[in-house]
Design a protein around this ligand. Structure first.
Ligand code: NAD
Length: 297
């Protein structure tokens, strides 16, 4: 079994680290929150003094951090992972970050002879706890092969999306579809209400017609048709509006630097920005239907 360093023990990282311990690995945890590290120790793991200490002691390092800024700091700083990792260490960044940072960090790791993948996830906190996450992985064939057994301990579907940064590219493209489709489905339910069409009837028809999509059939934004969707519990997150906004911004940054035309993605970003500004950052992203319902035409 391997020594796995884990940095970023938040809502997602802590259960992922716990699943690595359950799979029999020696996990060494690090977070700016001492309470989070305490939970890893309670689960049978160990603590690191700092990033350099963790890097020196780990065969594999997983990071699950808020954004590209923290990822660059933790990997590229003088006391960071790339400077202190053991020869042949496997580095896995599962944070959702910008493609540019992912590629810059992978390049620095590669230049030091380290194997690195970007491996953002979909599946949320529930998927992290159940060990059923989907990992979208960017990196060389060799890096992917070495990282895969560790990803298997935390997830169910592991897809190699291509070279460095392609995991992040897949993640932001997917979530741009999700942000746009949630708004489209919500607008349709609001219009149906105004036209006197019952929400359940629209669901019964659209979920079997060409309007069918995940935002309709799995995460329906009106209460009733899909009992497990957040609409049935006052839009408690789930996946927050702030996180959706973060991913839509990343998609727009990427579209800008790649020269891709994404007008609906841009519009979805500005609608989520207004939803977040209305005080709903912590609400589930499907609560956008309430914002649309109350917006003037
Ligand atoms: P979180 O804020 O709960 O966890 C982040 C953790 O990183 C915190 O415990 C924080 O203390 C720690 N941290 C921050 N800077 C650090 C540093 N320099 N050194 C050590 N620790 C540091 O966030 P989360 O919900 O766990 O999300 C983590 C990542 O996963 C994000 O990139 C997010 O976009 C992505 N993601 C989240 C979800 C979700 O549903 N929560 C789903 C898919 C992807």
């Amino acid at each position: 079994m391997a020594s796995v360093g884990f940095i970023g023990l938040g809502n997602m990282g802590l259960p992922m680290a716990q699943n690595l311990i359950k799979a029999g690995h020696r996990v060494i945890g690090l977070d700016v929150s001492a309470a989070a590290v305490g939970k890893v120790k309670d689960a049978g793991g160990d603590a690191a003094a700092d990033v350099a200490d963790l890097a020196r002691r780990s065969d594999v390092i997983v990071t699950m951090l808020p954004s590209g800024k923290e990822v660059r700091e933790v990997y590229l700083g003088a006391a960071g992972i790339v400077a202190h990792a053991k020869a042949g260490a496997v580095l896995i960044d599962s944070s959702t970050i910008d493609v540019e940072s992912a590629r810059a960090v992978a390049k620095a790791a590669h230049e030091k002879g380290l194997l690195m993948v970007d491996a953002p996830v979909s599946g949320g906190v529930g998927g992290a706890q159940a060990g059923t996450l989907t990992f979208m992985v960017g990196g060389t064939d060799d890096a992917f092969a070495k990282a895969k057994p560790f990803l298997d301990a935390m997830g169910k579907t592991i897809v190699h999306a291509g070279g460095a940064g392609n995991g992040q590219a897949a993640k932001i493209c997917n979530n741009m579809i999700l942000g746009v489709s949630m708004i489209a489905v919500s607008e349709a339910f609001v219009l149906a209400e105004k036209l006197g069409l019952d929400a359940q009837k629209l669901f019964d028809i659209s979920s079997k017609s060409s309007g069918q999509c995940w935002s309709m059939t799995t995460y329906c934004p009106v209460p009733g048709p899909v009992p497990t969707s957040p609409a049935n519990r006052d839009y408690q997150a789930g996946f927050t509006a702030a996180m959706m906004l973060k991913d839509l911004r990343l998609a727009q940054e990427a579209a800008g630097s790649a020269g891709a035309s994404t007008p609906l993605g841009a519009q979805a970003g500005s609608i989520y920005q207004r939803f977040v500004d209305s005080g709903e950052a912590g609400r589930d992203f499907s609560g956008i239907i309430r914002f649309l319902r109350n917006s003037p035409r």
